[in-house]
Design a protein around this ligand. Structure first.
Ligand SMILES: [Fe+2]
Ligand SMILES: [Fe+2]
Length: 195
C-alpha cells in the first residue's frame, strides 16, 4: 500500500509538472496578438510556483522526509544533499524568473530572450529535481522507514497540501488565482488557449 505522504508528494509533483509544461508551451507560442493576457497568465503561474510549491512542498521534504531517510538510508546522503541544495536555490530562481518576465513586459523585446532562456532552464531544473526524488528518495523511504515514522510523516503531510492537485482541502484565498490560471492557460494545466 502506498503511504499517504508518498502519494501527496507524487500528486504535488504531477500538478507542478503540468504547470511547468503549460508554462513552456506558452513560452514556445509567444504572446502573439494578445500580450496582456499572455503576461497575465505567466505572472500568475510564476506567482503560484513561488507561493505554493516553494512554501509548502519543499519544506515538507527538507524538514520532514529527508532527515528520516538520511538517517535510515545513509547511502543516499549525497543525493539528499543535492536535493536540499536545489530547494535552497529554488526560491531565488523563481524570483529571478519573475523579474525577467517583468523586464520583458515593461522594457520590451530586448529582454525577451533572457526570460525565455531562463524559463527553459528553470523548467528543466525543476523536472530533473522531481525525477531524482521519485527515482531515489521515495523508494529508499519505502524500504527503510518504520511504521512509527510513516504515522508521523503522514500526519504532518496531511495538514499542508498543494490545492492544485484537486485532491486535498484547499485554502479559499487561492481560489481566484487558480481560476485565473486554469481558465486562461493551455493544457495540461488549463482549459484556455493563452498564447
Ligand atoms: Fe523537492
Ligand atoms: Fe518534491
Amino acid at each position: 500500500m502506498t503511504h499517504a505522504s508518498i502519494q501527496i508528494i507524487r500528486d504535488e509533483h504531477a500538478a507542478l509538472a503540468a504547470m511547468l509544461r503549460s508554462l513552456i508551451l506558452m513560452v514556445e507560442r509567444g504572446p502573439g496578438d494578445a500580450p496582456e493576457q499572455y503576461f497575465d497568465v505567466l505572472r500568475a503561474m510564476l506567482f503560484y510556483i513561488d507561493e505554493l510549491p516553494e512554501r509548502l512542498h519543499h519544506p515538507k521534504e527538507s524538514e520532514l522526509l529527508f532527515p528520516k531517510v538520511a538517517h535510515s538510508a545513509p547511502q543516499i546522503a549525497a543525493v539528499i544533499a543535492q536535493l536540499d541544495k536545489d530547494h535552497q536555490r529554488g526560491e531565488g530562481a523563481v524570483r529571478e524568473l519573475q523579474h525577467h518576465l517583468l523586464a520583458w513586459e515593461l522594457l520590451g523585446e530586448s529582454r525577451r530572450t533572457v526570460f525565455e532562456t531562463a524559463a527553459r532552464s528553470y523548467v528543466r531544473f525543476y523536472l530533473d529535481h522531481m525525477n531524482l526524488e521519485e527515482r531515489e528518495i521515495l523508494p529508499a523511504a519505502e524500504q527503510s522507514l518504520t511504521a512509527q515514522e510513516w504515522t508521523e510523516l503522514d500526519a504532518a503531510f496531511a495538514t499542508n497540501c498543494d490545492p492544485l492537485t484537486g485532491k486535498y482541502p484547499r485554502d479559499p484565498i487561492y481560489d481566484r488565482l487558480f481560476t485565473r490560471i486554469v481558465m486562461m492557460a493551455p493544457a495540461p494545466i488549463g482549459l484556455g488557449s493563452a498564447r
